[in-house]
Design a protein around this ligand. Structure first.
Ligand SMILES: [Fe+2]
Length: 370
């Protein structure tokens, strides 16, 4: 069994200008980013690259409509795609490194030939998706009201670049939802049947950095994250390395219909279902990987293994309040359709569940959170 695949070369720079200099960013590059990131950090560098601002094509998480509109506006031909942004920007850029991109719904339905014809450089500006080291792009397919992932090796970056400076302007709510996503990547990774000692190494290190960082924030306030941004950025990357190999499971599977229909930010949608799913896992099996994870969490949270999810819930509530599903607009009818979506459409993810969850179990988890 393969133990670990790590494709992009990893770089870290203290400052954006150091990255721009070493990578010789300029003519022949297409930079996909947001203006609120580009202007303060790169605007004064006069790079000479073409720049596409994602937010001009719609708010929120990436959709097929957004991708098609952006791709339609590209005029030149480029040797490199450089994405500087959150998960949305990075996921879109992965598609743009391919030769055939639109209509993107056909790409996701595997009706277009997948050929990579440009170099890809991914620079994350949030600390959650780990997208810089994964080969997955997630799009909302507007007409189907759900999210779908496309995962092909042609979408691995050539270079992943970590620049903690870029996180300094990230507002706390975005920091919270993205870092919780990273924590969930790491936790789900440890429970996947495809987890290995090598993925565990990265996953546990990510959990350690995020939980200890959250404890510092819970104690000293939101500003306590600032000196820890490099740790959070690396933790997100570690978690990305882990789940890129092991996959993520039920938490992501059950959050996709919620995110797709009610546009709940990805990390927040995951958080809404996270601990209840782990409690259900425990009710089915207390042995093996989940026992190791709980022991690890207990040491970090300084509590007994039987109370880790309660203590983790207390800690996470200080970072991001947990809301019942109905507060996002979810209805009793949705629970039936969400359950059907998970059982029928999310098999790519549910194959990575710690233990199988049947439709009754999935519905019960949603109902308890309703
Ligand atoms: Fe995620």
């Amino acid at each position: 069994m393969r133990q670990l695949l790590l494709r992009p070369q990893l770089y870290q720079f203290a400052k954006c200008r150091d990255f721009a200099k070493e990578f010789e960013v300029g003519k022949g590059d297409l930079v996909i980013t947001n203006e609120f990131i580009y202007a303060p950090f790169f605007g004064g560098l006069n790079l000479g690259a073409d720049v596409l601002f994602q937010e001009k094509y719609g708010k929120g998480e990436p959709s097929d409509r957004m991708v098609d509109a952006m791709y339609g506006d590209i005029k030149g031909s480029y040797k490199r795609i450089i994405a500087i942004g959150g998960g949305t920007v990075l996921d879109i850029a992965k598609l743009f490194a391919l030769k055939n991109v639109t209509p993107s719904v056909d790409l996701f339905d595997r009706k277009l030939e997948i050929v990579k014809d440009k170099q890809l450089v991914l620079v994350p500006t949030t600390c959650g998706t780990g997208s810089e080291v994964t080969n997955i792009s997630i799009l909302e397919l507007t007409s189907r009201q759900t999210k779908l992932g496309l995962s092909v090796d042609e979408m691995f970056a050539d270079f992943a670049v970590l620049i903690p400076e870029l996180l300094e302007n990230l507002p706390f709510p975005f920091f919270a939802t993205s870092s919780i996503d990273a924590l969930i990547h790491a936790c789900e990774s440890t429970l996947s049947p495809k987890s290995t000692p090598f993925t565990e190494l990265f996953a546990y290190k990510a959990i350690e950095a995020i939980v200890s960082g959250y404890r510092a924030i819970a104690k000293d306030g939101e500003s306590a994250r600032i000196p820890l941004l490099g740790n959070f950025l690396r933790a997100s990357c570690y978690a990305g390395i882990a789940f890129s190999n092991s996959g993520v499971g039920a938490v992501h599977a059950m959050s996709y219909p919620l995110g797709g229909k009610y546009h709940v930010p990805h990390g927040e949608a995951n958080y809404a279902v996270f601990l209840n799913i782990f409690r259900h896992y425990m009710a089915i099996s207390k042995e093996g990987a989940i026992a190791r994870l709980n022991a690890h969490l207990a040491a970090l949270l300084e509590c007994g293994t039987d109370e880790v999810y309660d203590r983790l819930a207390d800690l996470l509530a200080k970072i991001l309040p947990l809301k019942p599903l109905r507060e996002y607009g979810v209805t009793a009818e949705d629970i039936k359709s969400f359950t059907a979506n998970v059982m029928e459409k999310q098999g790519r993810l549910t194959a990575n569940n710690f233990v199988p969850l049947d439709a009754g179990e999935v519905e019960a988890i949603y109902n308890e959170l309703f």
